[in-house]
Design a protein around this ligand. Structure first.
Ligand SMILES: [Zn+2]
Length: 88
């Protein structure tokens, strides 16, 4: 499990992530792995979810990590962008 330290503002497909409940836009991050073996068979694949905890009300949002092709950078980049929030 990977955990990024600090507080982040998140963009998903260039859209700012805001909390459903309180409209707050700062989140703590955690990475969650889920095994895909619905029938109890050998695990062949793992689903990686990025979970974000609203720092204001604690609501959790989960997103699947995916890549998209960025035409400006000419390479595949994650659909999820993290911007660390620095507290003074
Ligand atoms: Zn919230």
């Amino acid at each position: 499990m990977v955990r990024r330290r600090g507080t982040y503002q998140i963009k998903i497909r260039d859209k700012q992530l805001v909390c459903f409940f309180c409209q707050h836009d700062e989140f703590l991050h955690r990475e969650v792995y889920t095994d895909l073996n619905p029938l109890g068979e050998t695990v062949t694949d793992q689903l990686t979810l990025q979970s974000f905890y609203c720092t204001s009300c604690g609501e959790i949002r989960m997103f699947q990590e995916k890549n998209r092709f960025d035409h400006m950078l000419q390479k595949h980049v994650s659909i999820i962008e993290y911007t660390e929030v620095t507290k003074e």
